[in-house]
Ligand binder design. Structure first.
Ligand code: AMP
Length: 301
């Protein structure tokens, strides 16, 4: 089942205690697509400006990624993001952000993508997420991500978006900020009252928590990774592995969601091993499945 995604395409500059990477490819939709493409065909929607130094077709060469939704705006500039990780790698600061195309009108969904049933609205302005979703007539499973910038400055748009999605995938700190609640389980339950029937909270190296409106819950630790050079994109590739698996099996019941969370966890563990997309590019589906079985053994008692 094809999976449609929209989100940011970024020119990133990243500094971690292990090194730095200037003007590398990033953005929520890029990491998501790379991760999801191990599982299902991806329909990609995003915008760059004339200054974009990356050949996106080349980035996804050999993968089942349909780029008919990629728009190059000759009068605009590409989204840019600069971040620095602390010594402990568990926290980062955004040093600079230039929204550029993300502050403009949303991309158009090509007619060939309008029948998409699985949709992921990766992190971008919630108004763009709403406008994109309005162009898809009958999605069966819509998930979204967001971040502190949008929670703080665009809350009415975000609250509207939450009434239109089945699932929110969000960082722990951002869940607490959105729910105004320090207890994480209560925060997730509070977000469930805002619209989605599934809330998945990413807790970095502490794993993830999934809460459903019917009361079901699932917790999973992170994969015990020893190689961590650049955590950028971990959240987006978690979402990519998770949504990619759901689209692959074309189901969203609780047991399938649990396996999807495990796949997301494993794909993210590959992303963080190196800068930008380098941690993911040489990985195969077999590597992912082997690590999934390891995670299953590590968490079974
Ligand atoms: P993650 O580490 O999963 O949060 O994803 C990091 C990626 O998100 C980077 O490649 C950035 O280009 C992108 N990003 C950072 N801030 C934003 C934002 N406000 N909107 C959209 N994408 C963003």
């Amino acid at each position: 089942m094809p999976l449609l995604v929209t989100g940011s395409i970024g020119i990133d500059t990243i500094r971690t205690p292990h090194g730095s990477s200037e003007n590398c490819i990033g953005g929520s939709a890029i990491y998501f697509t790379m991760a999801a493409s191990f599982f299902a065909p991806v329909r990609f929607i995003g915008v760059v400006g004339a200054d974009c130094p990356f050949d996106i077709a080349n980035v996804f060469a050999g993968r089942d990624v349909d780029l008919r939704g990629l728009e190059i705006r000759t009068q605009s500039k590409t989204f840019r993001w600069t971040g620095t990780y602390k010594e402990t790698m568990d926290d980062r600061t955004t040093d600079a952000i230039e929204l550029n195309v993300l502050a403009e009108q949303p991309p158009v969904v090509p007619k060939a993508f309008a029948d998409s049933r699985f949709v992921f609205l990766a992190n971008t302005a919630p108004r763009l997420q709403i406008q994109l979703l309005s162009q898809i007539p009958a999605p069966v499973f819509v998930a979204a991500d967001t971040m502190d910038l949008w929670i703080t400055n665009h809350l009415p748009d975000l609250r509207e978006l939450l009434t239109k999605v089945h699932c929110l995938i969000i960082n722990a700190d951002e869940a607490k900020l959105l729910a105004r609640q320090f207890n994480l389980v209560r925060a997730a339950e509070q977000i469930l009252t805002m619209g989605p029937s599934i809330v998945i909270v990413k807790k970095g190296e502490s794993g993830s928590l999934m809460c459903l409106a019917d009361g079901n819950k699932f917790v999973l630790p992170a994969y015990p990774a020893t190689e961590v050079r650049d955590p950028t994109g971990a959240g987006d590739s978690f979402a990519g592995g998770l949504m990619g698996y759901l689209a692959e099996v074309d189901r969203t019941d609780f047991d399938t969601l649990k396996t999807a969370v495990a796949y997301g966890t494993v794909v993210a563990s590959f992303t963080i091993a190196d800068f930008s997309l380098s941690g993911l590019t040489s990985v195969t589906r077999r590597d992912i499945d082997i690590r999934l079985e390891m995670l299953r053994r590590f968490t079974c008692f």
